[in-house]
Ligand binder design. Sequence first.
Ligand SMILES: Cc1cc2nc3c(=O)[nH]c(=O)nc-3n(C[C@H](O)[C@H](O)[C@H](O)COP(=O)(O)OP(=O)(O)OC[C@H]3O[C@@H](n4cnc5c(N)ncnc54)[C@H](O)[C@@H]3O)c2cc1C
Length: 460
Amino acid sequence: MPSYSPITPEILSEIKGAVGSDAVIQTTEKLCEFEKDAGEDACLPELVVEATSPRQVSALLRLANRYSFPVTPRGLGTGLAGGAIPLFGGVVLSLAKMNRILSIEKDNLIAVVEPGVITLDLQNAVRRENLFYPPDPASLDTCSIGGNAATNAGGPSCVKYGTTREYVLGLEAVLPSGEIVEAGVRTRKGVVGYDLRHLLLGSEGTLGVITKLILKLIPHPQTITTLVAFFPKLTSAMDAVTAMLVRGHVPCAVEFLDDRCLEITGDLLPFEEARLAKAMLIIETDGVQRVIEEEMETIGEICMEQGAVNVVMAPDSLKRARIWEIRREVSLRIEDRFPLYLHEDVVVPIGKIADLVGCLRGFEGEYGIKIYSFGHAGDGNIHVNITAEDRKCRDRAEEGIVNLLKKVLSMGGTISGEHGIGIAKKTVPTDGALCGKHPHSKGNQTSLRSPADTEPRENI
Ligand SMILES: Cc1cc2nc3c(=O)[nH]c(=O)nc-3n(C[C@H](O)[C@H](O)[C@H](O)COP(=O)(O)OP(=O)(O)OC[C@H]3O[C@@H](n4cnc5c(N)ncnc54)[C@H](O)[C@@H]3O)c2cc1C
């Protein structure tokens, strides 16, 4: 197996010559800022290059090929799967400084952006033109559009609007060879040729570095309305979701919290029922006021038919803001409580959500863990949050995760709906064992981290 080269003084000097000394970070203190993403693992890079142009990215990758050192692209490091961690040392290529919104073309309903733009900044900028960029990962105020494209990110609005992939019309990328390519179109439609654009989207930095994106925008919905429903059983909540979808209603969010999550957030929610219920659904519809009000009435009736103990229609804007704030905070509350916190985000067919959540208690007993589940019920995308009182339980918890993922696959599901593969779906040394090491003897010839290096558990 070929080896990666360390960054020798000669290579360092070539990199500085190619990208400029100002773009290179070498001090250990600064390098430490790039050793982690938002997940559990860490590995110190030998060098960081902060690119400000595709030309620099290209020059770096050409050198990586010549000298065989690894390059790990990085957006804003909010990934939960370790994709931006330089597992093999070498160079972390930060795209954070390529953060300009190049244009918002109102007449063409497109925006052209560099990859380092923060997702919320783009949403706010297009909102001022009465336009809408729907992808809404919960991290949208801290993650980058390039990272979203590389992980095909999505959030609550996926149920109606789809993931980032649906909004990337075209892109510019630098291939591992250093060649700068353009893929896709600037138009609403484009059917010609091989679809290199979609190959790169969701490839987590393994096939190329995205340096520009042409994004589709849509008119901003006139209004949005919310419904909150409380259920005595999680299965009833999931039955309500299925009933609503099969009867042709497509809300722009259908989120759920299980009883465990309600236990730790119920006191914060502005509803009495939240403390006693076994499941809560947050449902939103957007569009023309009169139409969505009527639709919400019907959705509320469906929830009651399926056994909801209460349905709160159109809570005022303060309550609505509070509900979403708490929905986003669930994971932070879990993190505060447990020394070990592993995030899984599986997807099962909608009709199987209740079955999956129902079998989680069995995993708890068997593997000594406690599981909190919440997520995007409308997509069957469940965040299975695995916790333990002691970090020493990690190996046992990882065993449980492998069996959980097998269960998901046996239900016709998939192992990640949002976080991606990274290194999180691969067995790696635990608890910082990676930190500071540069295992040059692993990997393959391509300068970017290879997908083969991160073989997912789906293949086991
Ligand atoms: C609190 C919290 C909530 C989250 N909620 C969601 C959610 O609702 N939905 C969701 O999908 N994700 C969610 N995430 C995960 C994460 O925010 C997303 O995966 C996001 O898209 C990562 O963007 P980033 O800029 O931080 O990328 P990074 O973490 O820096 O990188 C992620 C991956 O993309 C690659 N990459 C980054 N930029 C480029 C580029 N320009 N070219 C090529 N490859 C690149 C990296 O190599 C890495 O493999 C959440 C994370 C946190 C911490």
